[in-house]
Ligand binder design. Sequence first.
Ligand code: NAG
Length: 259
Amino acid sequence: MDISFSGVVTFICCVFAAAAAFLIRRSKSKSDGGEDSCNLNGGDMVEKVPVTVVAEKHTGASMMEQLVPEITTHALSYLDYPSLCRLSMTNSLMRKAANDDNAWKALYHKDFTLEQDSVTPINGWKAYYAATRAIMNVNADFFKIIKERSVPAMERFWINADYVKCFHASGEYFTGYNAVIGSWQLAFNWEQNVDVEIRDVKARVMTDSAWVTMKAYLNMGSGNVTNVFEFHNGRWYMVHHHCSVMLIHGGAGQQVVQG
Ligand SMILES: *[C@@H]1O[C@H](CO)[C@@H](O)[C@H](O)[C@H]1NC(C)=O
């Protein structure tokens, strides 16, 4: 792609983004739901948003509709997730564009990870994006439970099975539901004001299992974490947690902490 052509593409994308922003604002003011009204799994609520095609002729939207798909996809890659959702609610053409698999692939790479470029999700990138977002939320819940030190929440979080395993930052290892929950009970009794920050979170989601890797930074140290989840009866359960032996801040790794 030479410079002048990419300049034209950038210009078209700017115009497109501006027109899209207009459409999104308008659709937002017409529907009360805001971000939450985006239904990732179905388009059934799209029909309910009353937008006339005639009005778009005066706003430049008709120009958007004439763009070649490659440019539309490229332009859509500048939008974030709520915007893409709202855009899909403006009219059928925009819904088609906003459901474009490449747009969702671009958004997946932007929001989650540049890895998994060679992956071909069986139900398309939109569904894969939704599944990844769901598992990211479940994973974040795990650290919320640790922060709140809630034993009942931890009990609900794990599947009640003999094969679950938990490797704590202390290096201690527990297997089986009762032993694992017991170890968290003990950890929650001992620890005070745990501040957890997770970075480099990467998820791989399959039909009914998923694993997430990340770096965890606590007030006392940091470690590498792997969490594994299984999908049963309509929800995700933790089946495996492994935290590498945690490095104490400023230390050389000789000391280990409880967790
Ligand atoms: C994760 O593991 C790598 C390799 O052992 C190590 O260099 C790094 O410090 C670990 N990260 C954290 C956050 O502890």
